[in-house]
Design a protein around this ligand. Structure first.
Ligand code: GRF
Length: 218
């Protein structure tokens, strides 16, 4: 089966993008990272993508009057690159419901918390302030409401008494890098189906373990 042509949308560092690029090197990985798009020209991830020979583009949101015009250009670029699946990876712009609906179940995001807990920013600070014992990351299909949508894969880490927001962020980021490629592979392989706004996995993900929690067969 042909590999799913996938775009990654970034705004900064791009470490999740790198995790996807690394995973996509495997011959049997079902997605090809064909395009990286950033709303910021200074996003560090852009240079990394270029170094790896991936087509990149900057569409600066500040050059548009409104979100719809910004997104029309993004859609044009994604269409020109024949993109079938879009991965948000630290893309710091809210997307309109029109854009999200147009890409329904073909648009996924990685978020640094175990959703639905700690939507939004500063998730690690808030996890520490809440005193939770477990924190982690979620790969999910995107819906119009921020950090909402059917969960594809989640991973967890323990919160240690010695943790600072930085140390916790570092451990959660490592989980993000593990689960995002798993989620992309499940979607690209069409093994992750949304049924009644929950993700059903057609085959065992094969990764269920102590800290990495992925869905089992329906
Ligand atoms: C990650 O923590 C991701 O979960 C969040 O933004 C951060 C982006 O990091 N949405 P990077 O650019 O992938 O390194």
């Amino acid at each position: 089966m042909a590999k799913t042509r996938t775009a990654v949308l970034i705004s900064g560092r791009g470490s999740n993008m790198v995790a996807l690029l690394n995973a996509a090197k495997a011959e049997d990985f079902p997605a090809e990272i064909a395009f990286v798009l950033s709303n910021r020209a200074d996003a560090a991830g852009l240079a990394e993508a270029e170094k790896r020979g991936v087509e990149t583009m900057v569409i600066d949101h500040r050059e548009f009057d409104d979100r719809a015009a910004f997104e029309a250009d993004i859609n044009q670029a994604l269409g020109d690159a024949n993109i079938e699946l879009v991965c948000l990876a630290g893309f710091m712009r809210l997307l309109t419901s029109e854009f999200v609906d147009a890409w329904r179940d073909r648009l996924i995001n990685i978020h640094p918390s175990i959703l639905p807990a700690f939507k939004g920013l500063q998730t690690h600070e808030r996890a520490l302030a809440a005193g939770v014992r477990i924190h982690g990351a979620t790969a999910h299909f995107v819906r119009a409401e921020m950090d909402e949508g059917p969960v594809i894969v989640q991973g967890a880490v323990p919160v240690l008494p010695s943790d600072t927001a930085e140390s916790l962020a570092e451990r959660v980021l490592a989980v993000e890098h593990r689960i995002y490629p798993i989620a992309v592979a499940l979607v690209a392989d069409r093994k992750a189906r949304v049924v009644s706004e929950k993700v059903m996995i057609d085959e065992d993900g094969g990764h269920a373990g102590d800290v990495l929690i992925v869905p089992h067969c329906a």
